[in-house]
Ligand binder design. Sequence first.
Ligand code: UFG
Length: 339
Amino acid sequence: MAKYIVVTGGAGYIGSHTVVSLVENGYTPVILDDFRNANRVVIDGLKAILQAEPIIHEGDICDPNFLDSIFEKYEPLSVIHFAAYKAVGESVAEPLNYYQNNISGLVNVLQKMLEFNISNFVFSSSCTVYGEPKGQKEVTEETEKNLPNSPYGYTKWIGEQIIQDVYNANKHLKVINLRYFNPVGAHKSALIGEFPIGRPNNLLPFVTQTAIGKQEILTVFGNDYPTPDGTCIRDYIHVSDLANAHVKAVDFLMEKKSGLLENINIGTGKGTSVKEIIQAFVKETGVVLNWQNGPRREGDVVEIYANASKAEKLLGWKSELTIVDAVRDAWNWEQYLSK
Ligand code: UFG
């Protein structure tokens, strides 16, 4: 019998890579996506990688009837919930869209899971829930949560709180909040990857778009931070490693007999500065990158990286790919998009 896993936002950046990992590990993903934030090119890429037609249902998870029809048809073992808006700047300009989509979507999915007696749930959370960590820059799951700096961040912060409250009232649920650090890179085939809509906000898509000529120049947002080279430090995790973490999370949930709620950091455990990313990109690709120092970006956390030991201990997961893999794969994907 097929082991169906519903993947909301399964045509998106992290979702599509997770679909590949699920198939590789014997699961049958059921992609739910309305393509408002995803590109159909990804579906062609998935077909080519999987050598099969993925199961896709086009619809909005905020529509309860849509979820009814899916849960009824597939009786999934688990839900992995990616579908959400994720642009920090946009969320500041359009907060209601973020609260409406990200919070209603989550509430609706949880509501329907309870109705259909589906117990296993993996939630896309973010290191944004730590805000600017006080003192230690390496954060564990026990590190105090701080208030986020954007409506987007709040949707993850509140999302975790909603999940906690729903779990408190339904202790049979088995839930993992995966707190992603900075996802980067693309599938090694370069057939799926990230599609920034409009001008990219994130660093690596901006790097590759500048390198290919879609953007004129990359601006490094601040070079006077209290870090070794003056630029901000993040934990960049290859999207294929991140995808595998979801499979490990589902495996873990399936093994457990009683309810649980765990927060798990998904990162490499290593901090990398903006300048180090630029250097890695130039060295690996040999491409000349047009870049300049510029002013700080408002709301940027100075330095944060994961302590990822809980993921290894609980899920048997750790990152395998490097920054070099990530810049190479991101560049191959950018070149593929420009063909
Ligand atoms: N950066 C630049 N120039 C750019 C883009 C980014 O210098 O053109 C710098 C940023 O200032 C930051 C680093 O590159 O120092 C990484 O920036 P990203 O925008 O790629 O990533 P963030 O760490 O700011 O954001 C990520 C996720 C968000 C999440 C946030 C929480 O993308 O979803 O972490 O900290 F909310």
